[in-house]
Write a protein that binds this ligand. Structure first.
Ligand code: HAM
Length: 418
C-alpha cells in the first residue's frame, strides 16, 4: 500500500467542522477589521524566500522544498505566506494604494521539519498582513485581530508574549554583544551556528539544535540594546495594548525564526497543546518590501498554525455539530421505483432538503438499517403498489408516527418533512 509522505496529514470528514469554524471565524473577523482575502502561488522563485525570509534562517538553510523545473528554474514550495504576499503587493502595483493595505490568507505551507504533534511538513496557516503604517497603533490592531480570532474559535487561556528586536540601527551593536558572548563557546555550537556567528548571530538564538539552545541561556537580550526610537515604539505599543485591555507578557527570549522582522515580535502561546505551543506568531517587517525591490513601505502581520489551533480548541473542550443528517431516506423496491426515488431525491435536494435514496441495491431490511445508521429523520418506502396508487407512507424515525403522502407531490412531502 502506498502511504502518505512523512509529515503530511489527511484531514478526514469528522475533522472538517473544526476547519470550517476556523476559516469562517477568520474570514468574518478579518472582514470586521477591514482585511481582504488574497491568494498567492503555492510555489515561488527560490530567490524570494532566500531574500525575504533570509538565507541564514533554519527555514531557508534546512527546511525548504526546492526543486528545479523543466526549464532549469529553481522553485520552492512556500514555507510561509508573508514573502509571497509582499511580492504580490509589489508586483500588482498596490504599494501606491491608499494605506493601510490590509490582507489576509488561508494557505498550506511546506517545511522539511521533524514531524511531531502540532508540527508537520505540510501545514496550514491563517495569516494577516498590514502594510503602510509604522505606528504602534498598527501593531496593536494586528495583535487585536489575532486575539479576536483565537477567542472567536473558542480557545481560552493563551498568553500573548511580546518583544522588540530592534532595527538596522541598533542591531549591529546587539550582534557584536552576541558575538562576544558566543565566541568563548564557539566549538560547542552546531556547524550552521558557527557560520551564523559570523553572518547573523541573532539566528543562533532560535536554532532548533538542543546544544545550541542550552548555550543561549544567559545570552544578552536584544531588548536591552534598543535605540531610542525602537524603545519608544515598544513603550507606545505597550500603552496601546493596555488601553485596548489586551494582557501581555514581555518575553525577551522571543526573536522569531525569520530574518525580515524589525521592532515588534509577538507570539500567542497555549499551555494546553504540548511542546509546539505557539499557536500564532508575528511581527513587524519594515524593511521587507524594500528588500524585495519595492518602495520603503512598513508592514506587520501574523500567521496561525491551523492544526495547532484545532489541538487547542479540542483541549478547551470546543464542541461542534457534526455533518448534516438527511431529513428523508427513500427506500425503493424494484427498478421503476428506483427511478422514481432518484427523481424525487433530486427534486428535494433542489428544494434545499437533504434527502438520500438507495443507490447500492440493498434489500429493504438493510436499507432501513442504513437509514437508521445515517440518522435520517424520515423514511419513505416506495414499491410497485405505491407507484400505482401515487401515495406512500412517510415514517418519522424518532417518534414512529406515520402519515400518508403523495409520491410525486413535492410540495405536500416538503410540508410533512418538518
Ligand atoms: P512562523 O512562526 O514561522 O511565522 O509560523 C507561524 C505559525 O505557523 C506558527 O506559530 C505555528 O502555529 C504555525 N507553524 C509553523 N510551522 C509549522 C509546522 N511545521 N507545522 C504546523 N504548524 C506550523 C510565519 O510563518 C510568519 N510568516 C508569520 C508572519 C506573518 N509574520 C508576519 N506576518
Amino acid at each position: 500500500m502506498i502511504q502518505k509522505p512523512r509529515g503530511t496529514i489527511d484531514i478526514m470528514p469528522e475533522e472538517m467542522p473544526y476547519w470550517y469554524k476556523i476559516e469562517q471565524t477568520a474570514r468574518k473577523v478579518s472582514a470586521l477589521y477591514g482585511f481582504s482575502e488574497i491568494r498567492i502561488p503555492t510555489f515561488e522563485n527560490t530567490e524570494l524566500f532566500a531574500r525575504g525570509v533570509g538565507d541564514t534562517t533554519d527555514i531557508v538553510q534546512k527546511e525548504m522544498y526546492t526543486f528545479t523545473d523543466r526549464e532549469g528554474r529553481s522553485l520552492t514550495l512556500r514555507p510561509e505566506g508573508t514573502a509571497g504576499v509582499a511580492r504580490a503587493v509589489i508586483e500588482n502595483g498596490r504599494c501606491s494604494d491608499a494605506m493601510p493595505l490590509k490582507l489576509f490568507y488561508i494557505i498550506n505551507c511546506f517545511r522539511y521539519e521533524k514531524p511531531q504533534a502540532g508540527r508537520s511538513r505540510e501545514f496550514y496557516q491563517y495569516g494577516a498582513e498590514l502594510f503602510g503604517s509604522d505606528s504602534p497603533a498598527a501593531d496593536a490592531t494586528i495583535i487585536a485581530l489575532a486575539k479576536a480570532v483565537i477567542e472567536g474559535i473558542g480557545i481560552t487561556g493563551t498568553e500573548l508574549h511580546i518583544n522588540s528586536i530592534g532595527c538596522p540601527d541598533c542591531r549591529p551593536e546587539y550582534h557584536s554583544k552576541l558575538r562576544e558572548f558566543f565566541t568563548s563557546n564557539e566549538a560547542a555550537l552546531c556547524p550552521t551556528c558557527r557560520e551564523r556567528l559570523k553572518t547573523n548571530p541573532l539566528r543562533i538564538l532560535d536554532c532548533k539544535n538542543e546544544d545550541c539552545q542550552k548555550l543561549t541561556e544567559g545570552a544578552p537580550k536584544v531588548i536591552d540594546c534598543l535605540c531610542a526610537p525602537c524603545a519608544e515604539h515598544f513603550e507606545s505599543l505597550k500603552s496601546y495594548l493596555a488601553a485596548s485591555g489586551i494582557d501581555y507578557i514581555v518575553n525577551p527570549t522571543i526573536v522569531r525564526g525569520l530574518d525580515y522582522y524589525t521592532r515588534t515580535v509577538f507570539e500567542f502561546i497555549s499551555d494546553k497543546i504540548g511542546a509546539q505551543s505557539t499557536v500564532c506568531g508575528g511581527g513587524r517587517y519594515d524593511g521587507l518590501i524594500k528588500q524585495l525591490g519595492g518602495p520603503a513601505l512598513p508592514g506587520i502581520g501574523f500567521a496561525m498554525g491551523m492544526t495547532r489551533l484545532i489541538l487547542a480548541m479540542k483541549a478547551c473542550g470546543v464542541e461542534l455539530p457534526g455533518s448534516s443528517k438527511p431529513r428523508l431516506y427513500i427506500a425503493p423496491m424494484g427498478e421503476a421505483a428506483q427511478r422514481e426515488a432518484l427523481c424525487l431525491t433530486t427534486k428535494l435536494r433542489e428544494a434545499g432538503i437533504h434527502a438520500e435514496c438507495d443507490i447500492v441495491g440493498r434489500s429493504l431490511k438493510s436499507q432501513m438499517k442504513y437509514a437508521d445508521k445515517i440518522g435520517a429523520k424520515y423514511t419513505l418506502i416506495v414499491g410497485e403498489a405505491e407507484l400505482e396508487s401515487g401515495t406512500a407512507i412517510l415514517k418519522n424515525m424518532e417518534t414512529g408516527e406515520q402519515s400518508e403522502t403523495g409520491v410525486r407531490d413535492i410540495d405536500a412531502l416538503r410540508r410533512l418533512l418538518v
